[in-house]
Design a protein around this ligand. Structure first.
Ligand SMILES: [Zn+2]
Length: 430
């Protein structure tokens, strides 16, 4: 096998030497230096993925060109390129196809995303989400979204993968509401139940459902598991939810058909008129405005849902609830729910886990108030991490709820609550 490289090309040897330097790296450094190095290497991995995308796109283009010149029919020119990539990356062909799709989309249609990836500012996974969630758009709309989200690395800084998916979905639903709504209605046909084996003689039972049905099933199981837990039960919440599912599907046990409240945050324009501003379903994410209206019509009798929706939207930042304070150490139910709906998922940057704890940002023992401003929704793991020694956090005043967390090495991370839906001002809005 012969390889042809120019003088400036990065050689495999150069990379090999760098890898060797990692193997023999000096580990006698302080913790701050360790954290800095962890970050730098993470950026390097993303840069490598960006370089791999460029190489895969070139491999694809040059292979096709070469085959074209040799008279291979167009429909055969791209064959097996995905497998080549997969083998080189030591992954399945399915992943090879994903990598190739990503490489071509970034190279041909999403230059800003590609630039951020090569610079190490976003991960390969984030780039894949940007590619996948914009696939239904026209080339022009996709280019506009690419520029909007990736012209500056600061725009997506601290955005976890789940949050990123939601932001892109919300924006695509705004830009081309028709195609997203059409896609959503068409996707209903794909609903199904599948299962695959899991380690330890377990089984994953997967159900693909329309968002409305899926969210209600999950919320119902969670709510009923909570009431079983409240009555005293040795099982965990997750175990009870799984047991309840089996009981109800198989008919063992008793079903309790009380309706469950689904929290839908929606703008006035989308709710009452024909606005295209997507709605946010708590526990699921953004749904196109048209689908949300259909959903509301179907569940019109559930007045509690509507009340929750309107109150939340009416005064998103100055509402009486946000100013609510309590002298209690634990967050009262209404305040806890407000924090959960405001934060949607764990507030730690890059963490997308569901909110499990309502945490005092400034510790209660250090005079932190039990208020919306001093409260943050965290997952259990992040809450425990924060309770470790030398961690601290402080709320930051501003229009949108923000706080900073300082880690033991003195690295500071800022967390801003996700925006509530607002009517889209139009393509010329700044
Ligand atoms: Zn978390």
């Amino acid at each position: 096998m012969t390889t042809k490289v120019s003088e400036q090309a990065i050689s495999e040897e150069t990379i090999g030497q760098f890898r060797a330097s990692l193997v023999s790296m000096d580990r006698s450094i302080d913790n701050a230096a360790r954290v800095d190095l962890l970050r730098a290497l993470e950026e390097l991995k993303a840069s490598c993925a960006g370089a791999q995308a460029l190489l895969a796109a070139d491999l694809d283009a040059f292979t096709r060109k070469d085959r074209g010149e040799r008279g291979v029919p167009r429909s055969y020119q791209g064959r097996g390129i995905n497998a080549q990539i997969a083998l080189a990356r030591r992954e399945s062909a399915w992943f090879g196809t994903q990598h190739l799709n990503l490489a071509r989309a970034l190279n041909d249609e999403m230059p800003h995303t590609l630039r951020l990836l090569v610079r190490g500012s976003i991960s390969e996974h984030q780039a894949t989400i940007l590619m996948r969630e914009t696939a239904c758009l026209t080339v022009q709309d996709r280019a506009a979204l690419d520029r909007e989200f990736c012209c500056d690395a600061a725009i997506l800084d601290g955005c976890g993968t789940h949050q990123l998916t939601e932001r892109i979905r919300a924006r695509t639903a705004e830009i081309d509401a028709d195609s997203v709504a059409r896609r959503a209605r068409k996707a209903v046909r794909d609903r199904r139940v599948t299962s695959r084996p899991a380690p330890g003689t377990m089984c994953w039972l997967n159900v693909l459902l329309p968002a409305a049905a899926g969210t209600v099933v999950y919320a119902t199981l969670g709510r009923d598991a909570d009431s079983v837990l409240a009555g005293g039960d040795e099982r965990t919440r997750a175990q009870i939810m799984a047991d309840l599912l089996v009981e109800r599907v198989t008919g063992i046990g008793r079903a309790t058909p009380t309706p469950v409240t689904v929290n839908l945050i929606v703008s006035d324009q989308s709710l009452l008129g024909d606005g295209s501003d997507p709605a946010h379903v708590h526990g699921y994410g953004p749904v196109p405005a048209a689908i949300a209206r259909e959903w509301i019509t179907l569940s019109g009798e559930d007045s509690e849902t509507m009340t929750t929706v309107r109150k939340l939207y009416a005064r998103p930042d100055t509402g009486a609830l946000t100013a609510m304070e309590s002298t209690a150490r634990t967050f009262p139910k209404g305040l806890a729910r407000l924090i959960e709906l405001r934060d949607r998922s764990c507030r730690t940057p890059w963490c997308d886990a569901p909110v499990r704890h309502r945490d005092h940002i400034r510790d209660h023992s250090r005079g932190g108030l039990t208020s919306a401003a001093n409260g943050a929704g965290l997952c259990a793991a992040c809450n425990y991490a924060k309770q470790g020694s030398d961690w601290s956090a402080e709320p930051v005043p501003g229009t949108r709820h923000t706080f900073t967390t300082t880690t033991p090495t003195g690295h500071r991370y800022s967390s801003e609550a996700p925006p509530l839906p607002t009517p889209w001002a139009g393509p010329d809005a700044a």
